[in-house]
Design a protein around this ligand. Sequence first.
Ligand code: NAD
Length: 269
Amino acid sequence: MMKGLKGKNALITGASSGIGQAIAIRLAQEGCNIAVNYRKSLEEAEDTEEIALQKACGQASECGVETLLVQGDVSKEDDILRMVNSVIDKFGSLDILINNAGIQTESASHEVPTDEFDRVIGVNLRGAYLCARETIKHLLEQQRSGVIINISSVHEVIPRPMYISYSISKGGMGNLTKTLALEYANRGIRVNAIAPGATITPINESWTDNPEQKAVVESHIPMGRAGTSEEMAAAAAFLASDEAAYITGQTLYIDGGLTLYADFRESWS
Ligand code: NAD
């Protein structure tokens, strides 16, 4: 068990699949109460809840871990206010926010429709900021310490042609992380990010389900394989815990070496 997580209240956005689901499950295993945010599929959110409780409690019918399923679209301010309030109503407070919800769309940068650009920024960056803003407001009001973890991407630093809005959103997330970390460091609020590399989740169905495509993707990764959601969740749990009590404003790259300029693996001359 990681220090300081038992009994904490966590909200994970976009927690009905992929990395968000794995983080919700891992935090429940560490003894956190989890609020599982989902946008559309109640069924998938219920699956997350069921697996989380199974893993946290084992054979016992209950083990003190509470759960809440909370519908909400993080690109809508009203939904965020309702979501944060319902977590506080149910658990009494909110200690850990995981800004995980994210989308991506593919278009040449000179052709991206404005509404598509706004949609990606609205979910990935504006949504993350508004969730952080409401969480920080609550923590300051209650004079509580807290943790925010942004799920960024290697594209926080690696440019991504054909995905300009995604690239910008994750670049912005790096600054969001640092600015909030600096502004609230002396009030017990830590803000960090994890930056996954290629990870096997539904967002990557285009290559994870195609062995040839998967081999191409993995050939670019120094460690030779894609990451798993559980590997991302382990790092998120660490950063949320008191084991990381002196870490703030950092982005932790979890990418099998993808950000190490892999083309330099072999000598060029
Ligand atoms: P995913 O598609 O399984 O997860 C994204 C989740 O966000 C889904 O549950 C989706 O329902 C939710 N979501 C989308 N729009 C939403 C909205 N408006 N409101 C609330 N929820 C919304 O894919 P994933 O890979 O698990 O992605 C999770 C995060 O990890 C994203 O921020 C993504 O950018 C980031 N990431 C993923 C990878 C990867 O390779 N899988 C790499 C780097 C970063």
